[in-house]
Design a protein around this ligand. Structure first.
Ligand code: CA
Length: 480
């Protein structure tokens, strides 16, 4: 699975036409042919309304099967269509990772009354009200599903905070008060304690909640024959919960059951501490690298390219970092907007696909386009996928030694005949760099395989080549 390439198979602005699973099924063979080895699919269960992307989760057991919240299908289709898509992907040895939203639930079916204290949004450890009785949508009936798959019914006791007081029609952050009730430890320290994100926040210190989520994790993995999960919003979730959850699912599905967590924080130390707390049981998206790529794209030639891999999680933890350029949250108009500018995207993809460290993830929006508008990057991503599969092997030698033009060499290995490559990226003028590809390659003629440069390079007796790159572009050199 690793050394492969994951694709995030959705973007934020997909139409609510119930077609994604059908499209994915029809696309399985093509994905295999271009070199995709795993897909991350969006939250596939019933949300608060049909058009929701799935993150306003209502019923984790309703995968587009029951008439609930005025719809059977989800934004993406029905459970049957989802199963068919997964079967088809498996035919082509493509793994499937489901997006798992276990931090919160959207509003329930009826209100309940219980005691809370309002907290300061900027410091959730600070109460800003006395205890009072709230009326909140924390009761869940799942009328359409009944007790099928699980008879668990959620109540206020299963949440640690809510975001809306229905009695006063007022939003806020309201911490549930009672025996053993508090924000969880082991969450991000932003805002004092970042347990609460939105909606009804699940109490991961409640044994019934833990048991129910574990039961669901095992159920959904077996029901859909999943190969892994993408865990949403884990910086808002008790770290030890995640570890025991994965232990529970892997006990049934095998140790190789894959998991990558979304811990949206650009600070390497924070991510390191998290990995330590969960015994490296989960991969993390390389958010620090994403922010480097973003900064480089915004600053243009004023960015010092020697810093592009600084504090990257994948450099420190090559086996645990999932590298990506953009995703549904960073894309323009989304909650964590930090979209890499178009001129730099090909270089950003070249870096994550051809460097040794990290597990690259291609964003649907970058490959297929956003809001139905065709992406300008499809062709270069196809090329890079092909180059990755054929040439990106062996040791890596870095040449991050110039503010505008940086490069790296993959030396190739014995298992992949003819493998090895030289990558150059420039954010300024046309550039060139002498890089060593190994003495054993003396006399070889190399060419630039993305098609931008017509000259060839002959490797000298010491194994050096003087490789070229056009300004504000990338170049990948391989043996002719
Ligand atoms: Ca939480």
């Amino acid at each position: 699975m690793k050394n492969g390439v994951m694709m995030q198979y959705f973007e934020w602005n997909l139409p609510n036409d119930g077609n994604l699973w059908k499209q994915l099924k029809a696309d399985a063979r093509h994905l295999h042919e271009i070199g995709i080895t795993a897909v991350w699919i969006p939250p596939a269960y019933k949300a608060d309304e049909q058009q929701d992307e799935g993150y306003a989760t209502y019923d984790l057991y309703d995968l587009g099967e029951f008439d609930q919240n005025n719809t059977i299908r989800t934004k993406y289709g029905t459970k049957q269509e989802l199963k068919e898509a997964i079967n088809e992907l498996h035919k082509y040895q493509i793994s499937v990772y489901l997006d798992a939203v276990m931090n919160h639930k959207a509003e329930g079916d009826y209100t309940e009354r219980f005691m809370v204290k309002e907290v300061d949004p900027n410091d959730r450890t600070k109460d800003i009200s006395d205890e009072f009785e709230i009326q909140a949508w924390t009761g869940y009936l799942f009328k359409g599903r009944g007790n099928k798959y699980s008879d668990f019914k959620w109540h206020w006791q299963h949440f640690s905070g809510v975001g809306f007081d229905d009695a006063k029609k007022r939003s806020g952050i309201f911490r549930v008060v009672g025996e053993n009730k508090n924000w969880s430890s082991g969450v991000d320290s932003e805002n004092g304690n970042y347990d609460f994100l939105l909606c009804n926040d699940l109490d991961l210190d409640h044994p019934e909640v833990v048991a129910e989520l574990n039961r669901w994790g095992i159920w959904v993995s077996e029901e859909l024959n999943l190969d892994g999960m993408r865990l949403d919003a884990i910086k808002h979730m008790k770290d030890t919960f995640i570890k025991q959850f994965l232990d529970a699912v892997r006990a049934k599905r095998g140790k190789k059951f894959y998991a990558v967590g979304e811990y949206w924080n650009g600070d390497l130390l924070t991510l390191n501490n998290y990995l330590e707390a969960v015994d490296n049981s989960v991969d993390l998206f390389d958010v620090p690298l994403h922010f480097n790529l973003y900064e480089a794209s915004v600053k243009g030639k004023d960015y010092d390219m020697q810093n592009i891999l600084n504090n990257s999680l994948s450099i420190v933890h090559p086996e645990l970092g999932v590298t990506f350029v953009d995703n549904h949250d960073s894309q323009e108009g989304s909650s964590l907007q930090s979209q890499i500018q178009d001129w730099f995207k090909p270089s950003a993809y070249a870096l994550i696909m051809l460097m040794k460290d990290g597990y690259p993830c291609v964003f649907y929006g970058d490959y297929y386009g956003i809001t139905g508008k065709k992406s300008p990057h499809t062709e270069i991503i196809d090329s890079l996928l092909d180059i990755r599969r054929k040439y990106a092997y062996g040791e890596q030698i870095n040449y991050f030694d110039h503010p505008a033009t940086v490069g790296l060499v993959r030396m190739g290995d014995k298992d992949h005949s003819g493998s090895g490559l030289a990558l150059l990226i420039s954010n300024g003028e046309d550039g060139h760099k002498v890089m060593n590809v190994g003495k054993n390659r003396a006399g070889e003629v190399w060419y630039e395989c993305t098609g931008d440069i017509k000259e060839t390079v002959t490797i000298d007796a010491d194994g050096n080549g003087n490789f070229l790159v056009d300004g504000k572009n990338l170049a990948v050199w391989i043996k002719k």
